[in-house]
Every structure is written in C-alpha cells, then in structure tokens.
Design a protein around this ligand. Structure first.
Ligand code: CP3
Length: 354
C-alpha cells in the first residue's frame, strides 16, 4: 500500500473532507502544450506514443510540472479496445480516429476477439505501471475506458460522426446485433479497467461521450445499462484502498439520478447543467465532477476566476466536488490560462472547506 502525498482527489470522490477543492482537466496532456508536441514528434504518431511506456509516462507527467493538479490521468485512448479487438485503428491527420474494418453485421460482431489486457493491451498496463512508479505517490493516477455505447459508435460508424446514422440504424433495425456488441464491449471494459487497477490505477473513469445523442429510453437501453454492468463488475477495493468510479455522459444532465443509481461514486458533468441543480437532485449520494465550459479558458484571467467562483458558489459547502472542465481542453488554449484556472480553484475554494 502506498501513501499518497496529495489525496484530495480520492477523498472528494468518496465524499470526505478536503482542505481545498481538487482539480484536474480532461485531456490535460495534449497538443495545447508545446512539450507534448515535441514528445509526440519524437514518438512518430499518436499510437506509437501510447505504445511507448516511457514516452506515455513523460506526457502524463508534463501537465503536472506546469500546474498544481490534484490527479494524473493515464495517457492512452478509449479506442485501444476496438483496436485490440481487430478493427485496425488509425489516425488520419486532421480527421481524427478511423477504423480499417468497421462493424456492419452480426458476423463482424461474432468475429471480434476478446482482448487480453496483459496480451494485446499490455502496452497500456505497462504505461500504468511506469506512470505509478514515476509519480512517486505525489497525486493519484486515474485509469479510464470508453463506455460500450461510445466505443460502439466509433466501431460501427468507422470514424467520428455528426449524425450517427449507421449506429442508429443498427440500434433500431437490428437491436440484437448491437446488444451483442455492447455486451462484448462491457465484458472487455471490465477486464481492461480491472487490469488497470491491478497495474496501479487508483481511480477509474468511464467516458460516455456520445450517450447524450440518445432519447431517454434508448440511453437507458443502449448506454446506461452497460455502464451499470461495468460498475457491478469492477474491483472496488484494491491494495487496502477504495477505488472510486466516475461515470461521465456528455450531455447527460437530465439523467443524473439514474446514473447515480448504478452505484458509481461520482458523476462527471458537462457545462449544460447547473451544478447547484445537479447537487440538489443527487444530494450526497454521489460526488460531482465538473463543470466549467472548456471554452472559458479563452477568456481573460478575471473572467476565468469569476467563472470558477460562480461554480464553487453553486456547489456551495460540503464534500464531494472535484473541479474540472466539462469536456476536454481545446488544443489552442494558452497554457497560462490553464494555470489561472487551476490556481483559482485552489485559492477560491479554501473558504468552502473551513
Ligand atoms: O490527458 C488525458 O485526458 C488522457 C488522455 C486521453 C486521450 N483521449 C488522449 C488523446 C483520454 C482520456 C482520451 C479519451 C477519448 N478519446 C475520448 C473520450 C473523451 C472525450 O474527449 O470525449 C474520445 C471520444 C476519444 C477518441 C479520440 N482520440 C478522438 C476523437 C481523437 C482525436 C482528437 C483530435 O482532437 O484530433 C483522439 C486522439 C487523441 N487522444 C489525442 C489525444 C491527446 C490527440 C492525438 C494527437 O494528435 O496527438
């Protein structure tokens, strides 16, 4: 068992007292940092960076050297699982992720291999082990995965999408095929996240980036049901420590009671819900993470501080808040503005924890 020097993030997720509200940023390691671009150029392409444990560790630690962050997040991607299932992930410059062999029918789903976390995905576990070693207990390490629904959208569309016509056609015309796929993905995610926990992840987060494009009924059927299965299958205690689980459905503000019902420890909020209202609805059943609009980091230092103050006031006193952006940091944000944001959270939150 390793003692953490700074355990604010874990304590807040578990609804325990903290001295200041912990803060980290989704996509905190990335192209807005010149040092990230330099390391990525050294690796070649993005997946080579993910596959190199030393370089993945280096980029994980880069934002922590600049900012007073309360958590590190594994440098990897949600699409490692579909890649390991045999779909052939590649990134075309400026166009985002793509698959060589997308899923279009039941036979494709039947042919998917169930990836071995210490086999095809061992490079991810090696990155987790290397990062944990080099973090030296400074802050906790967050492991992560995509939700089955979000992974399925990329696997069926074959790339990012605007209207999601292929996955919705499968959902409504061939629901059994999609459920088969989602069930396989849920099993793979459980094995993958449990392996990350065994390798050293001290908390895990599930990114459901596209759950919010569904109707309430379909969200429950195609997304939430499978995240619930994941929460039930995860290792919740490891090495004498509780492992908090955060579920983030982008645009999922209308479903937070149902998300809390899965038994997760925390809910990630984007910026389309008022945090005061969210807290009133779920009380202290779960912690809340969020919820500043990432575009606020384009504003002046005064405006950024004002927004941080407003969100802190909205949450009010009490435990269970992790400050974050409501989605990933944009790639053209000046790093100085990210520093203003992180420092403002610590400075302005202290009075709420006396
Ligand atoms: O710092 C961190 O937050 C950890 C690393 C991380 C990445 N991707 C690195 C990455 C995490 C947690 C993710 C999650 C992820 N990946 C999600 C869910 C969260 C979200 O943002 O909604 C999704 C949908 C993906 C899929 C994905 N990977 C896309 C759409 C892209 C292209 C993004 C773009 O702007 O071009 C990626 C590539 C990717 N993943 C990059 C990074 C830093 C950019 C790669 C590069 O060119 O260097």
């Amino acid at each position: 068992m390793t003692e953490l020097k700074n355990d604010r993030y874990i304590r807040a997720l578990l609804n325990k007292e903290v001295d200041k509200t912990p803060v980290w940023m989704m996509r905190q390691a990335g192209r807005y940092l010149p040092e990230y671009k330099a390391t990525r150029a050294q690796a070649g392409d993005f997946m080579s960076l993910c596959r190199n444990a030393d370089l993945a560790c280096e980029v994980t630690l880069q934002p922590l050297r600049r900012f007073d962050l309360d958590a590190a997040i594994l440098f990897s991607d949600i699409l490692t699982i579909p890649d390991a299932m045999g779909l052939g992930l590649y990134f075309s410059e400026g166009e985002g992720p793509r698959f060589e062999r997308p899923i279009s029918c039941k036979k494709d789903v039947d042919n998917l291999i169930m990836p071995d976390p210490e086999g095809e995905l061992q490079y991810v576990m090696n990155a987790v082990r290397t990062i944990r070693r080099d973090l030296k207990g400074e802050v906790p390490l967050i492991g992560f995965s995509g939700s089955p629904w979000t992974l399925a959208t990329y696997m069926v569309e074959g790339s990012g999408s605007k209207f999601f016509t292929k996955i919705k056609k499968m959902a409504f015309a061939e629901p059994q095929t999609l459920h088969l796929l989602l069930d396989k993905l849920a099993d793979s995610v459980i094995a993958y996240l449990n392996a990350q926990i065994a390798a050293g992840a001290q908390s895990v987060m599930v990114f459901d980036t596209w759950g919010g494009i569904l109707s309430p009924r379909d969200y429950k059927d195609f997304s939430l049901q499978y995240m619930h299965k994941i929460v039930d299958g995860l290792t919740r205690h490891y090495d004498g420590q509780k492992i908090p689980v955060t579920l983030f459905t982008k645009n999922g503000g209308q479903w937070i009671e149902q998300i809390a019902d899965t038994g997760c420890d925390a809910i990630g909020l984007d910026w389309t819900i008022d945090i005061k209202e969210a807290k009133a609805r779920v009380g202290s059943r779960v912690a809340l993470q969020g919820n500043m609009d990432p575009s606020m980091l384009y504003a002046s230092p005064e405006r950024i501080r004002q927004e941080v103050a407003t969100i802190l006031e909205g949450f009010g006193t009490g435990n269970g808040h992790v400050f974050n952006l409501g989605h990933g940091i944009h790639l053209d944000v000046p790093p100085e503005n990210a520093k203003v944001f992180v420092d403002a959270v610590h400075e302005l939150s202290a009075p709420y924890h006396r």
